[in-house]
Design a protein around this ligand. Structure first.
Ligand SMILES: Cc1cc2nc3c(=O)[nH]c(=O)nc-3n(C[C@H](O)[C@H](O)[C@H](O)COP(=O)(O)OP(=O)(O)OC[C@H]3O[C@@H](n4cnc5c(N)ncnc54)[C@H](O)[C@@H]3O)c2cc1C
Length: 399
């Protein structure tokens, strides 16, 4: 995408060209004539978005706020190409939760089943012998007695989404500028006045920081503390043996096994993606090892062989790492904070992609109208951490 010229001022500045910044810019331009400029320090989708597994699921146990945002967003992604005149890779692949019906995993799986069923989102439940026949590729018959399938789940592509949103925003009049790094937010008398970039100052009254793992660093420049840890997750792309693709229907359902710290997802083509989901490997987003550790690859291959025996001999055809921006409760931050005109949109804790469209609309509503009809914004308020450092409480499963 070509670059727009840097303006001396813009009514609204969005910092960050990931799925969130581009979605926010797009929705803003559908709602206001005020000038909107998006600044990205590198390339669009060069942060977490470009590394995303981009799973779209709706099963969130009892956290129905996410079920509803994910469903709203998924419906937007389905009409993405039409609405934005841009391509979006997309593949339906049900997401299954295997569970012990009498245990915590069973309660979680059932709560999600009810949430989907109540909202008429396609969902199925399998018990006993039906589990093994429904999921012949997984070694699950002796381990789990309940499986809940989020039948409408899918996966997509982060780069396609960010590029499409950016294109839509630009069509509607936004400036999209890459290769410009914001160094600080500027405020005077409690009001945002602009940003300092590596190529000069841009004046504005409203700035939205959607800079992924880099958000805390920028927020600090106007005295806002955001409790986000940045952690590295590791991704391995497998080439399944021919007997696997011959034997099982494609796509392999997406799943992460109870207690496991990894997940498996089909890939475009015949590939299979496996990735860690550990939240423990703290890493600097500006300086981290992009190659999975040998030890982790061996662990993943081992776990995979135990749960999907016919993938034991799969070849490795690719690998990389990406960064999650993790809040203490794994819930998002979408809020006005610090000086008037300063908004934060961050902390997506490894599950933001599927909510990208809803987060863009919610943030545009917040900025332009002060509130939104889509969710109760208190859930995403930064101040939830002031009295209770754990925020909304113990994080749940988040793929
Ligand atoms: C390996 C991996 C797998 C994932 N899988 C899933 C999944 O299956 N489903 C799901 O829903 N979510 C998933 N996620 C999470 C999801 O990808 C993220 O929540 C989402 O991409 C966050 O988008 P963002 O726009 O907030 O951040 P980012 O994509 O990180 O974008 C922030 C942008 O801001 C720019 N920036 C930073 N600082 C500045 C500055 N000072 N000036 C200008 N620009 C700046 C950066 O260069 C970057 O492009 C996954 C994430 C990873 C890493």
């Amino acid at each position: 995408m070509s670059n727009d010229a840097i303006p001396a001022r813009s009514d609204i500045l969005v910092i960050g060209g990931g799925v969130m910044g581009t979605s926010i810019a797009y929705f803003l331009t559908t709602m206001t004539d005020r000038s909107v400029t998006l600044l990205e320090k590198s390339q669009l989708a060069s942060g977490s978005t470009g590394d995303s597994s981009a799973i779209l699921r709706h099963h969130y146990g009892e956290e129905t706020i996410y079920t509803e945002m994910a469903w709203w967003s998924h419906q937007f992604y389905e009409r993405f190409s039409e609405e934005l005149d841009a391509g979006l890779s997309y593949q339906n692949a049900p997401l299954v939760r295997f569970a012990d019906a009498a245990g915590d995993s069973g309660a979680y799986a059932r709560a999600g089943y009810e949430a989907l069923h109540d909202r008429e989102i396609p969902v199925s439940e399998y018990t006993g012998g039906d589990i093994a026949s429904q999921y012949p590729m997984f070694e699950v018959a002796d381990r789990y007695d309940l499986a809940v399938s989020d039948d409408a789940a899918a996966f997509s592509d982060g780069t396609d989404a960010a590029l499409g949103f950016a294109r839509g925003a630009r069509e509607n009049g936004a400036r999209i500028i890459t290769g410009v790094e914001v160094q600080s937010l500027e405020a005077d008398d409690g009001q945002i006045t602009g940003v300092e970039t590596d190529q000069g100052t841009i004046d504005c009254e409203t700035v939205i920081v959607a800079a992924g793992p880099w958000t805390p660093k920028l927020a600090e420049t106007v005295g806002i503390e955001v409790p986000i840890e940045t952690v590295r997750e590791q991704v391995v792309l497998l080439d399944p043996p021919a007997y696997y693709t011959d034997a099982y229907p494609s796509p392999t359902p997406t799943t992460s096994f109870p207690g496991g710290e990894w997940y498996i997802r089909s890939d475009f083509g015949d590939g299979i993606l496996v990735a860690t989901h550990r939240y423990t490997d703290q890493a600097d987003p500006d300086d981290y090892d992009n190659t999975p550790d040998e030890e982790t690859i061996l662990e993943l291959v081992d776990e995979l062989g135990e749960h999907v025996p016919d993938l034991r001999d799969a070849g490795i055809k690719g690998q990389y790492c990406g960064i999650y921006s993790v809040t203490p409760d794994h819930d998002f931050v979408i809020d006005q904070a610090g000086p008037a005109g300063c908004y934060l949109c961050c902390g997506f804790s490894g599950h933001g992609f599927k909510h990208g469209p809803a987060v863009g609309k919610i943030t545009a509503d917040l900025v332009l109208e002060g509130d939104t009809d889509l969710v109760d914004l208190e859930y995403f308020a930064l101040e939830r951490f002031e009295e209770h450092p754990e925020g909304n409480g113990a994080p749940l499963d988040n793929i």
